[in-house]
Design a protein around this ligand. Structure first.
Ligand code: FMN
Length: 181
């Protein structure tokens, strides 16, 4: 397995982020890890589909990093999905470009872990709420891995968020089979 990681990062208001900006910072400057900030690259949502396809093709592990919005994605990431995952390329007859790749969802929430349970306020686990993404991966011949989640970010101190970022970096590198540190 080659050890290249593409991190697709989507946060509409990164200047106000406490959690995601720490997570993404923890992955900066690592050989074999490409950081791709969708809102920075496409402020007008004018997605360069061919560029995105080339980026996907060049990496094995795709990380989707974003804050959880309405149990789902920030809008640009949804748009990215709609535009880039084309019939005949990502799925359908001859649509094999993504086959064998793995996708790691990495998200932050304001809800606590206890809230994301059958008996909690949000009734479902994050993994259950990611069923559409799981099925999208399946359709494209990709494997969706268990999500990396930082829960209850508003209640975490800066120090706890810094620790979460260290765990994130370790988790991504371990998942990619990269032997840093
Ligand atoms: C439009 C919007 C929708 C949100 N929806 C959810 C949600 O469905 N579940 C949840 O736990 N938090 C939700 N949140 C809270 C964000 O997930 C939380 O603020 C974010 O993960 C914190 O990360 P950050 O510090 O990088 O912004 C929502 C926030 C916004 C602005």
């Amino acid at each position: 397995m080659s050890n290249s990681v593409l991190v697709l990062f989507a946060h509409p208001t990164p200047h106000r982020s406490r959690a995601n900006r720490r997570l993404i910072r923890s992955l900066r400057g690592i050989e074999g890890v490409t950081l791709h900030d969708l809102y920075h690259n496409y402020p007008d949502h004018d997605i360069d589909v061919e560029r995105e396809k080339a980026l996907l093709g060049a990496h094995d592990l795709i990380v989707w990093q974003h804050p959880f919005y309405w149990y789902s994605l920030p809008p640009l990431m949804k748009e990215w999905q709609d535009r880039v995952l084309e019939f005949g390329w990502a799925y359908g007859p001859n649509g094999h470009a993504l086959r064998g790749k793995r996708l790691l969802p990495a998200l932050t929430t304001s809800g606590s872990e206890a809230a994301y349970r059958a008996d909690g306020a949000n009734r479902y686990t994050i993994r259950q709420l990611l069923a559409p993404l799981d099925q999208t991966c399946h359709l494209c011949g990709m494997e969706m891995l268990d999500p990396f989640v930082v829960y209850a970010t508003q209640r975490l101190s800066d120090e706890a968020l810094d620790e979460a970022a260290v765990s994130y970096r370790k988790h991504v590198l371990m998942t990619a089979g990269m032997t840093h540190e």
